[in-house]
Design a protein. Sequence first.
Lengths: 95, 471
Amino acid sequence: MAISREEVQHVARLAWLALSPEEIERFAGELDKILDAIGIVAELDLDGVQPTSHPLDLVNVWDDDVPRDSLPREDVLANAPLADGGLFKVPTWRQ
Amino acid sequence: MAPVIDTLRLTAEGAKGLLERGEISAAELHAAYLDAIGVRDEELHCFLSTVDRPEGAGVPIALKDVISTKGVETTAGSKILSGYVPVFDSTVAARCKDAGLPLLGKTNLDEFAMGSSTENSAFGPTRNPWDPTRVPGGSGGGSAAAVSAGLAPWALGSDTGGSIKQPSALCGNVGLRPTYGTVSRYGIVAFASSLDQVGPVAKTVRDVALLYSLIAGRDPLDSTTAELPEPVRLPEADSLAGVRIGVPTELNEAEGIEPGVAVAVERAIALAEELGAEVGACSLPRSVRYGMPCYYLIAPAEASSNLARYDGVRYGPRVEDESYQEMVERTRDEGFGDEPKRRIMLGTYALSAGYYDAYYGRAQKVRTLIGEEHREALEQFDVLVSPTSPTVAFPIGERAADPLAMYLSDVLTIPSNLAGLPGLSIPCGLSEGLPVGLQLIGPQFGENLLFRVGHALEQALEFDTVPERLR
C-alpha cells in the first residue's frame, strides 16, 4: 500500500512532529518501503485467533494499598526546561 | 601493593573471588576498569559517562543508558534527554546498589534502543573491539563492547527485538534476554513495553547467571513482573545427557545467513550431541517469515505511544516558540533523531483510524500464532538453537542508509522475543576472524536450563572472549 505525502503530513501532525518538507519527502519513500515489507501480515488467515497484548498469563495482579511518599516537588521540577512558582511553565495554547 | 589486574581476562566471578580473599579492594578494582576505559574507550566509545567515586564494595558494573540512575545523567542515546538527571533509581539500578555493585558508567546505545548497530546514537557510534571499523551490534553495543574490551566485567542491557543477544553475538560474549516479566522495567526508558526486557551481558554463562540472580524477581513497582518459580542455579555440569535440542529449520536456513555463521553453529550443535544431547529438527513455519513484520508493527506502535511523553515540558531541552503546540512539535523535531522519528511515524500510522485493524490488530494476532508455534516446538524439545545473528559484525555505515536492511539484522532474535521466551547468546566460533553467536531459546522461566546448556557448551567450545587484536 502506498503512503502519500499528505498522509505523511497528517501522521506527523498526529505524532506532534514538525517535520521539514525534506523530511516529509524522505519519510514518504522510506515508510512506503517498510509498509510494503511488513504488509505481508495480510496474507495470513487470522479468523478466530485471539490477539496477544502481553506474553505472560498474568491476570488481576493485586497489591496492598500501602501509602508512600511521592517525590518532593523540587525533584519533580528539577529537570524541567522552565518552571515557576512550583509549576511547569509552558507557552499559551494556540486557539 | 595491589596485584596487576588483566581486565580483559578477569571474569566477574574471578573479581568477586579477589575481593572476597582480600587480594584487592573494591576501589582498586573499580580504578583498574576506569584505567582500561581511559586507554581504550577513546577509540571504542562504549561509555557516555563514567562514575569516579561510586558506592559499593562489590564487582563494578556498567549500565546501558536507558537504565535510570539517580543523580547520574541518563540520555537513552538521545538529544531529547541530554542533561536529564534522574531523581530516582530504576529497580534494577537499586538492586545493583543493594548488591554492592559500584557503577562504572553508562553505556552507549542506539537512540531509545532503536537499532542494531549503535550507529543511531545521537552521541556517535560505538566500535567493535574485534575490528573498530565494524559495528558492535545494537542497540546495546556499548555494554557488549565494554565487556569484550575489558572495560567492565559485566553490564546490563535491554532487549526489545534483540538488543542484548545480537550485540553479544557480534562482540563475542554472553548475553541473556530473560523471560518477559522476570526483570522489572520500573525506571527503564520505555521503548515497546510488551517486549522490553533488561538482562545481563558478561564473559561467561556463570557470570550472566549470577547477575541475573541479583536483578530478577517480582517488583511491586512493575505490575507486569512475576516471581521466579525456582531460584537461579549457577551451572556446573558439563554433560548434556537427557537434554533435547531442537533445530528449527526456518531459523537455521533463513535467507541471509552467512556460510561461516552456519558452519560455526553446526559445529556447536554437533558438539552438543557429543556431550550427550539428543538433537532433532523442528519447524516454526510462520515465525521467521512473519516475525519481522509483526515486530515492526507492534514495537513502533508501542514506541509512538511511549515517546509521546517527550514534549519539552518536564525534562530535556526545549525549543521555545510562541504557542504550546509549536513548542512541542519543534522540540520533538529537533530532539529526536531519524530512527525514533521513523518509528513514531510508522507506529502512529499503524494505530491511526482506518489502519488499526489491518496493521496493529493483525500483528497482535500474528503474535499469538508465533507464541503457539514456539510452545509446540518446546513440547518436543527442551531448548531450540539457531544463529543469533545471520551475519558477523558488519562495517560501520554499511546498513545505516537502509532502514529495512538494518531491521533484518534481528530476523532470528525477534520471533522468540515476540513469544516472551528467554534467549541466551553464547559465542561459538569465528567467521572471517569475527565472533559468531549461538542463540539458545528456552521455555518461559527456563533460564536455569539455558544456563546449564550454555555452560556445558561454553566449556566444550573453549572460545577465547578476548578480541585477537587485544591479546
